[in-house]
Design a protein around this ligand. Structure first.
Ligand SMILES: Cc1ncc(COP(=O)(O)O)c(C=O)c1O
Length: 307
């Protein structure tokens, strides 16, 4: 494998225990700090997995253009991997997502097209982005990574689970993660479940678009998920519980985690931490809950999270 430059720095991220945000009569909460990846997000893992698998079986040819629809995290990671490996990249995104992510994709040389959605992440937005990306792929014969339907990207997260098993020997009682494509959740829980068959797998979603909980799709501002329907690779048998987190709580927790623990991240990490604390309260001492810091707070400085 041609893992030159920053690509070699993907993965092997630290894990820390929350000391101040979790009370003594609760379970331990451990957080995998994925902002330590080169573009500051766990998406580096899946971008590399999607590209390397397509290189390996010939779906992606040298110099061929890659196309993807993305809120900007996958796009930033894909732009980074494609830049280093020499693939031109076309991205369909939206102004509903952080400006920092759009700029990061452009910094890595991607051509970015935006769909206007000033209200936020509406139920119509992701389907519109997917449609436009498919159009571009057909038009120019590009390789569509198609993250929601890409099984290689799920495999890209298995290593995250394996790292956790090595870093936290002993038991892990529950793992929770915010659901977008469900790649992180599925890849990590599959690896963890191999070693810990009793692991409780908890999916996290926005309270305002709680479709996994049986609610109706709605508009929200927790970037990276809550797409208004169950993502295609997530079967109901893949999770044991869903926790819906209102966006105000996710935003407040992201700010609190930065101040209290130095875990500086975005709204989806805030949602993960709210869910992890809930689980820790329920499980009580002598148990261990694990979640992920999805990405760095640096990606959200221009938005309303930290202003
Ligand atoms: C900021 C952010 N949080 C959470 C997620 C959800 O991750 P996954 O797609 O692996 O379910 C994403 C995915 O795009 C994201 O960009």
């Amino acid at each position: 494998m041609n893992r030159v430059g920053g690509i070699g720095a993907i993965g092997n991220t630290p894990v820390i225990r929350l000391e101040r945000l979790v009370d003594e009569d609760c379970a331990e909460v451990w957080v995998k700090l994925e902002a330590a990846n080169p573009t500051g997000s766990y998406k580096d893992r899946m971008a590399l997995a999607m590209i390397e698998a397509a290189e390996a079986d010939g779906r992606l040819q040298p110099g061929q253009t890659v196309v993807e629809y993305t809120g900007g995290s996958t796009g930033s990671s894909l732009a980074f991997v494609c830049a280093v490996k020499g693939y031109p990249l076309r991205i369909v995104s939206s102004d509903a997502f952080a400006l920092e992510k759009i700029r990061t994709m452009r910094a890595f040389g991607a051509e970015v097209e935006l769909i206007h959605s000033p209200e936020g992440i509406t139920p119509e937005l992701i389907p519109a982005m997917m449609e436009r990306a498919a159009e571009i792929a057909a038009e120019i014969g590009a390789f569509a990574t198609d993250q929601f339907n890409n099984t290689d990207m799920v495999d890209g997260y298995r290593r995250l689970g394996e790292e956790l098993l090595a870093q936290l020997p002993g038991d892990i009682d529950a793992f929770c993660a915010y659901i977008g494509t469900a790649g992180c959740f599925l890849g990590t829980t599959r690896a963890l479940r191999k070693a810990i068959p009793t692991l409780r797998r908890v999916a996290v979603e926005p309270g305002e678009s709680a479709v996994l909980s049986g609610g109706t799709p709605g508009t929200h501002h927790i970037e990276g998920g809550g797409i208004g329907r169950r993502p295609p690779q997530l079967d109901p048998s893949d999770f044991d519980e869903v926790i819906a987190v209102p966006e105000a709580d996710a935003f407040a927790m992201a700010r609190k985690a930065a101040l209290a623990e130095g875990v500086f991240s975005g709204p989806s990490t805030g949602a993960n931490l709210v869910a992890a604390r809930q689980l820790a309260g329920r499980l009580g001492p002598g148990h261990r809950v694990v979640t992920v810091q999805v990405d760095s707070g640096l990606k959200y400085l221009a938005g309303r999270l930290y202003t």
